[in-house]
Design a protein around this ligand. Structure first.
Ligand SMILES: NC(=O)c1ccc[n+]([C@@H]2O[C@H](COP(=O)([O-])OP(=O)(O)OC[C@H]3O[C@@H](n4cnc5c(N)ncnc54)[C@H](O)[C@@H]3O)[C@@H](O)[C@H]2O)c1
Ligand SMILES: [Zn+2]
Length: 344
């Protein structure tokens, strides 16, 4: 089963071949003000679409991935008089992809949409797999749907205007995919100490292939898909912990740290399941890309409390999902608080 067309490489070539104006009654673009500035001119130039195509540019940032912003988007879609045969183009990072996809999937019970990710994180992870949604009452991704886009276009030329920190943030998910299911990709990446000169189209092809294989086997997250959550049990807790400090972590910084900590716990609690890549190697590798942070005394209680909010938990037991000895093999590790204390 193929999820949806995934077209990697020059948007100009792929979009023009894929897009058939006769199939759609109208177009609507959802972007944020950053991608409106940096990516929309590229979209016009590569697709030849008219610059007066109706659009909305929302305020950037996770804090705007809300129902309020959805109402603005739906209003703009009504103003543009889109009917059920319209096509929405989501041009942006994971926030635009998740929220724009959600708005499209619910507008008039659903119109077609395509994802045109402009961050490495959304290209390698968020734009693929059909999870759409928004945050609600401070809970991330609390309201949403599963719905596949009509197509996903991955064009690495959008990354040129990303800050290094955003690029590195997405890179943690690339490494995660390599570690859980693409040993050849990891072999190629493991000697890197920076990201200059990366052939992103090739890396994206191998990295996204892992996500697609997992999602195709488990589209509704009943089993194997949890493997994509490697590093996220501790990582999300770290991300939430630092969110309200003066120096928040990016998602990638948090999950890179999370992968190291979770692997270390796996080595202690379930050594028989550990594959070729050890936590020490990972920690040394990630040091090239992510600054080390220290946790203030007393942070453990907060982190442990935050870990209790994880969606994978059952009956109050925290469950971490990690790769096993073979590619795409899922391992569960059930940590105690002392395990977490020992690795943070
Ligand atoms: N649906 C999924 O399966 C899935 C998976 C992973 C993450 N996500 C979601 O993805 C979101 C994070 O995505 P993100 O890291 O892309 O964040 P983002 O969309 O907030 O983008 C990061 C920043 O980069 C800016 N930006 C985007 N593209 C740019 C470009 N080419 N040049 C310059 N600036 C640009 C954005 O305006 C924003 O300020 C989270 O909301 C997360 O929940 C979803
Ligand atoms: Zn992630």
């Amino acid at each position: 089963m193929t999820l949806h067309p995934l077209l990697i490489g020059d948007l100009q070539q792929h979009f023009l071949r894929w897009y058939d104006p006769a199939q759609w009654s109208g177009l609507f673009i959802i972007c944020d003000t950053h991608t409106e500035e940096h990516c929309l001119p590229v979209l016009w130039q590569k697709t030849g679409l008219p610059a007066n195509t109706p659009r909305i540019a929302v305020t950037p940032g996770e804090i705007h991935k809300t129902l309020d912003t959805c109402q603005r988007i739906w209003s703009a879609m009504f103003e543009a008089q889109l009917d059920r045969r319209a096509l929405v183009l989501n041009l942006g990072g994971g926030v635009v992809g998740d929220m724009g996809g959600f708005c499209a999937a619910t507008y008039k019970r659903g119109v077609g949409f395509v994802q045109i990710p402009t961050t490495l994180l959304s290209a390698t992870d968020a734009s693929v797999g059909g999870k759409l949604g928004i945050d609600f009452q401070t809970v991330k991704n609390a309201v949403g749907v599963f719905q596949n886009p009509a197509a996903v276009f991955l064009d690495a030329s959008f990354f040129q205007t990303l800050s290094q920190r955003e690029l590195y943030s997405g890179y943690a998910e690339v490494v995660k995919h390599a570690l859980i299911g693409a040993p050849d990709l990891w072999a190629q990446l493991r000697t890197r100490t920076h990201l200059n000169g990366v052939d992103w189209n090739q890396v994206l092809r191998d990295s996204v292939a892992v996500k697609i294989t997992v999602v195709e086997q488990d589209p509704l997250e009943k089993g194997l898909r949890a493997i994509l959550n490697y590093g996220h049990t501790i990582g999300h807790a770290l991300e939430s912990y630092f969110l309200h400090t003066s120096e928040p972590l990016t998602h990638g910084e948090a999950i890179a740290w999370g992968m190291v900590c979770e692997s270390r716990i796996q080595e202690k609690r379930r050594p028989e399941t550990v594959g070729a890549v050890r936590s020490d190697e990972l920690e040394a590798y990630f040091a090239h890309f992510y600054p080390r942070r220290t946790l203030p005394t007393g942070a453990l209680d907060d982190i442990w409390a935050l870990m209790h909010q994880d969606k994978k938990n059952q009956s109050g037991q925290i469950k971490m999902s990690l790769p096993g000895q073979n590619p795409l093999e899922l391992t569960w590790v059930l940590p105690e608080k002392a395990d977490v204390a020992a690795v943070l």
